[in-house]
Every structure is written in structure tokens, then in C-alpha cells.
Design a protein around this ligand. Structure first.
Ligand SMILES: O=C(O)C1=C[C@@H](OP(=O)(O)O)[C@@H](O)[C@H](O)C1
Ligand SMILES: C=C(OP(=O)(O)O)C(=O)O
Length: 425
């Protein structure tokens, strides 16, 4: 299958899917809380399915209700193997949780995750006394056993925050206290989201300026009812669609969210789009758009939709944080450069900055490189291109937003899916 996006005017109202970051955290926390938790407004996407499968393998019962999931957690079991699918968060969050149990568990995955390096997980867990075998030699699979033995570790945060999220969720369950010294932490808002969610489950985490985390042991997760917010990461391409080609209103958005990608609002304001809040409904409307400077170091998932936005602005936009993109579902800096070049946009990368000239979208054949955020950014670019944009491997949006193309059509996007003998363009 391929999808073809034609220039179109955007107008309409939607509710974006629920946050996959919050959903995966809530599933892990519900598993760690012995008793019954309810997750309202659950996120339905492949990464959430992977996390659900993991907690079931670890002994939780998960029951679907109307608009909620019931998680019943009793004594946990150590599975022989868990599979994280393609989810970076499930890999990095569940590794420290699985490691609480001294029995041996193998962690494996599929697709893009098999190409994402794991040395910082290995280093961190080994520093805390876990015995790690790595038959994948720097990549999955890994086998963990023996339980935690050390009460102190230095953690490299420069590659991202997900592993620290896992440690903050696991270590309160140890009998002993643990101190983590974290160096050069990136994606900081995601740690705020973790700490906030843990508070709802009865777990307290304190830190000094995101550098020292003193984690009290013997804490008990309490079962709770937790509501997943709408996802700002999935909202971002929809908001950009409204800003470049008409208007869009998104319902049920939390203005005070801890989600990193709420920062899309800063970028939209900077380039001159019109932004209006009415209660929890956010409306964005097209205006003359000008190039902008933006630092995406701590909200790396915004890069792809920001590139689609920048390609529609007058002048050269500069976005910082390219180094953060190397180990995502694809090497996103290079892939954005390569795929937008196919549409006529000559992106430059200078050290940690991406420079995007506006006003050159010609359209053409591109490929998502099996990266959901690239597929969505290319689709948004198609809305304002001279010729249609065709995207190969577009089904990968299922990782975070399975209904993306249906929703884009609902707000006026000219979307046509068709069979094509090869995905590779
Ligand atoms: O904690 C999370 O939910 C996430 C953290 C970020 O990763 P890094 O912390 O690796 O940058 C982000 O890119 C990812 O999509 C989700
Ligand atoms: C990078 C992402 O997710 P993860 O790292 O959890 O696979 C993403 O959703 O853009």
C-alpha cells in the first residue's frame, strides 16, 4: 500500500488519540500496584499493545471495559521472555522493572527497535549489580538476572530519558534506598511526566536539578484510577496542518500538561499562526507564516512536524537538537533531509542545527522509512505541495496513531490509499 496526499484545505474538529507515553507508564504502574487499577481513555496503538502484552506476561490481568482498561495485579511472575515490539519506551522502561526479579528474563523486540543501541541500558543496569548477557552485542536481545545489588549508579542521560523513567519506576520497589547521579539529561519534560504519574500511584521521587535522584526504597504502589490525556505528540501534525492550510480545532487538550510536545504551541506562536483556547478546545488557524528558531533538544519528537511547518514559512527556519534524532525509529535527521529533498526542500544540517528553507514544496515520491512521525510529517507536507506527495510504508503510523490518515481525511485532507507493487520509493 501507498498513500497519496493532495493539496487541500483543512477545516474541522477532532480529538487526538490518547498519549502513548502516559499509557505505557500507567500500564507499568498499574502492574506494580497490587490490586485493581482502572485506566480511563486508554491509548490504542501498537506501542500500547506491546506494553499491555508485557504486563500480562508479568502476571497482570487486563480487562477491556467501555472506555477504560481494568488492570488486576497480584503477585508478579518473571516471564522467560518479553517482547517490546518496536517501542523504545517499553524497552527502556520495562528493563529496570523486569530486573527487580532475580530470575532470568530475555528482552527482545522487532523491526526498528533491533537497530537501536542499548549500551546505556546495559551500563546502567550493570552499575546497579544486575547480571546482563547481551547476545545481540550492543543491540537486542538482552538477558537480565540476579536482581539489584548496588545502591548507587552513574547514569548517562545524554541519549534520552526513557531508561531513567524505568529506573524511577522500579527502584522504589527495592528494599534499599538508591542514589542515581545523572549526567547531561535530555528530554527532561518526560521525567516530569513520570514523577507526576508516580505521585498518583503513591510513589514519591525527589531530585536535585535532575542531577541527583535519591530514591527511597520500600515504597508501595497503590492501585488507582488514572485518566490518559490526549496526546500532544499526535496533535502536533494536526495543528501544523491547520496552521499551513486552513484551521483545525482539537478537543480535550490539557493546557497544563507535562507532555514535552505541548511545546508545539511555542513554535506555532513564533511563526505567527493564530492560536485560540476555549476551555479544553484548542484552535489553530493559518496566517502569514514566517521562519522561526526553535530548540527541540528536550522535545525531539516534534522535529518531523516542525520540518513540515518550516517548509511552509517564509524564510529559513533553524531547529536545534538534531543529535537527539539519531536513535529514534529511524535516523530522523538524515531521513528528514533525504525525504524532504525528494519533495523539493533542500534541508541543511550544520552540527546540531537543521536549517529548512520555506516555500519550496513541489511534491513527489517519498518513503516513511518505517517511521510513524516521518510518515505523518510527509503527509502534512502534501497538503500544501504543488503536486501530490506519495508515501511508501505509511502503515507504520499504527505505532502511535493508527487512525491518522482517516482523521486527516475527516478534516479535509485529500488522502487516497492504493495498492502499489513495491513499498520502496
Ligand atoms: O518517555 C517517553 O515517553 C518518551 C521519551 C522520548 O525519548 P528520549 O527520552 O529517548 O528522548 C521520546 O522521544 C519518546 O517518543 C517518548
Ligand atoms: C521515539 C518514539 O518512541 P519510542 O522511543 O518510545 O519508540 C516516538 O514515538 O517518536
Amino acid at each position: 500500500m501507498r498513500v497519496r496526499i493532495q493539496a487541500s484545505t483543512i477545516k474541522g474538529k477532532l480529538t487526538p488519540p490518547s498519549s502513548k507515553s502516559m499509557m505505557q507508564r500507567a500500564l507499568a504502574a498499574a502492574m506494580l500496584a497490587k490490586g485493581t487499577s482502572i485506566i480511563h481513555n486508554p491509548c490504542k496503538c501498537e506501542d500500547a499493545e506491546a506494553a499491555t502484552d508485557i504486563i500480562q506476561r508479568m502476571g497482570s490481568e487486563v480487562n477491556k471495559q467501555d472506555t477504560a482498561l481494568q488492570v488486576i495485579s497480584s503477585e508478579g511472575v518473571a516471564p522467560e521472555i518479553i517482547n517490546v515490539g518496536e517501542s523504545g519506551l517499553s524497552l527502556r522502561m520495562f528493563s529496570p522493572i523486569v530486573a527487580l526479579n532475580p530470575a532470568k528474563t530475555e528482552i527482545n523486540g522487532r523491526g526498528s527497535i533491533l537497530k537501536r543501541p542499548i549500551h546505556n541500558i546495559l551500563e546502567g543496569l550493570e552499575n546497579l549489580g544486575i547480571e546482563c548477557e547481551n547476545t545481540g552485542k550492543g543491540f537486542l536481545p538482552i538477558q537480565l538476572q540476579s536482581g539489584y545489588k548496588s545502591n548507587f549508579a552513574k547514569i548517562d542521560g545524554s541519549l534520552g530519558s526513557q531508561f531513567l523513567t524505568g529506573l524511577l519506576m522500579a527502584l522504589p520497589c527495592r528494599a534499599e534506598d538508591t542514589t542515581l547521579k545523572v549526567n547531561n539529561l535530555k528530554s527532561i519534560p518526560y521525567i516530569n511526566m513520570t514523577i507526576d504519574l508516580l505521585k498518583d500511584f503513591g510513589i514519591e521521587i525527589t531530585h536535585e536539578d535532575y542531577k541527583t535522584f535519591a530514591i527511597k526504597g520500600n515504597q508501595k504502589y497503590k492501585p488507582t484510577e488514572y485518566t490518559i490525556e490526549a496526546d500532544w505528540s499526535s496533535a502536533a501534525p494536526l495543528l501544523v496542518a491547520g496552521a499551513i492550510k486552513g484551521s483545525v480545532s482539537l478537543e480535550h487538550m490539557n493546557q497544563n500538561s507535562y507532555q514535552a510536545d505541548k511545546e508545539i504551541l511555542t513554535a506555532l506562536k513564533k511563526c505567527g499562526a493564530s492560536i485560540k483556547w476555549e476551555g479544553n478546545t484548542l484552535s489553530v488557524e493559518k496566517k502569514g507564516l514566517n521562519a522561526f528558531d526553535f530548540d527541540a533538544t528536550h522535545c525531539p519528537d516534534l522535529f518531523p512536524p516542525l520540518v513540515a511547518l518550516a517548509a511552509n514559512c517564509n524564510g529559513e527556519t533553524r531547529i536545534k537538537g538534531v543529535h537527539r534524532l539519531e536513535h529514534k525509529e529511524s535516523n530522523r535527521g538524515i531521513v528528514l533531509q533525504k525525504e524532504f529533498a525528494k519533495l523539493g526542500v533542500p534541508i541543511r544540517i550544520e552540527e546540531d542545527e537543521m536549517i529548512i528553507p520555506g516555500g519550496r514544496l513541489r511534491g513527489g515520491l517519498a518513503n516513511s522509512n518505517n517511521d510513524h512521525r516521518i510518515a505523518m510529517a510527509l503527509a502534512v507536507a502534501g497538503l500544501s505541495s504543488l503536486n501530490p506527495v506519495e508515501i511508501g510504508q505509511h502503515e507504520c503510523v499504527a505505532k502511535s496513531y493508527p487512525d491518522f490518515f482517516t482523521d486527516l481525511r475527516k478534516i479535509g485532507g485529500g488522502v487516497a490509499q492504493f495498492y502499489f507493487k513495491s513499498q520502496f520509493v
